[in-house]
Write a protein that binds this ligand. Sequence first.
Ligand code: NAP
Length: 285
Amino acid sequence: MQKEKIGFIGLGNMGHPMAKNLEKAGFPLSVYNRSSEKTKDFKEKSTVYTQISDLVKNSSIIFTMLTDDHAAKAVYEDILKSDIAGKLFIDMSTISPQATAELSGAVKIKEAAFIDAPVAGSTVPAAEGTLIIMAGGEEKDLSRAMPYLEKLGKAVKHLGENGKGIAGKLSINYFLSAIYQGLAETILFADQLGIDRTAMLEIINESASGSGATKVKTPMLIKNQYEPAFALDLMLKDILLAQDAGADFPLSKVLSETYQSAHDEGFGKDDVIGIINYLKNQPEK
Ligand code: NAP
C-alpha cells in the first residue's frame, strides 16, 4: 500500500479534534489553519504549515473542514494553484451541492480525486472518532480514504457519486434543525407550566422522544449557557442550503424564519440550542 501523507486544512471546532485523531493514530500529518493560534497543539507531533501550497505539496491525501461555500472556495482557489495530480481531496465541510460540484469538477480536471464527506455528529463525536460520515465519490477513492476515515467516524456511508454525501448531510441537518427548535419550545413550555427543567430533560431523554441530539444539549439547557459546539449560524446556513436544494415543506419555512430571526437578533454565535433564548424573548401573540 502507498504510504500516504495526510494534510488537514481547517482546525475549527470540528477540524481540530478530527485532525488530532489522525495524529493520535500515528499517520504522518501536516496541518494548516488560516488563523495560526489553532495550530499550536500540533507543533509537537505534526508539521504546521503557514501556506496552503506547502501543505498541498507535502501531502497526498488532503482533508478540508471549513465553514461554508465562501471558505471552501477560498481555500480550494489556493489549492488549485498547485500541481495536484494524483492527490485525493476529502471535503468534510457542509457546503452547497453547487459548490461541491464546482470543487470536485475543478479538482478532477487537474487529475486529482475528490470525495465529499460531510459528517453527522458534533464536537464530542469528533473528539471520540464516532462521527457518521456521508460520502459521495468513486469507490476506488473511498477505499483509498477508508483507513483514515475509520479513525474519524464509527460509520462511513457511501451514498453514490460526488454530491451525494452533501445531499445526505443536508437531509439529516434538516431533521436536526427541527429537533432543536422542537426541543427548545418544549422546554420553554414546560418552564411555563412550572416543571423543573432538569426533571423535564430527564423525562425527554428517557422517553422515546430522547435522542443523541437531545442528550448532548441537556447540560447547556440546564446551565442556560450556550458556548458554541455547533453555532446557530451554521444551522441557519444548513437550512438555507436545504431550501435552496428543494426542501419546501410546512416546517422548512418556519425553521428558516426562526433561525434567521435568531441570527438577526444576535444569537448566531451561540450554540444552536441557544435558540431557546431567542424564542423566550418573543412577544406573546
Ligand atoms: P468553525 O469552528 O467555525 O471552523 C471553521 C474553519 O474554517 C476554521 O478553521 C476557519 O479558520 C476556517 N475558515 C473559515 N473561513 C475561511 C477562509 N475564508 N479561508 C480559510 N479558512 C477559513 O466551524 P466548525 O464547527 O468546525 O464547522 C466546520 C464545518 O463542519 C461547517 O461546514 C459546519 O456546518 C460543519 N459541521 C459542524 C458541526 C459542529 O457541531 N460544529 C457538526 C457537523 C458539521 P479560522 O480559524 O481562521 O477562522
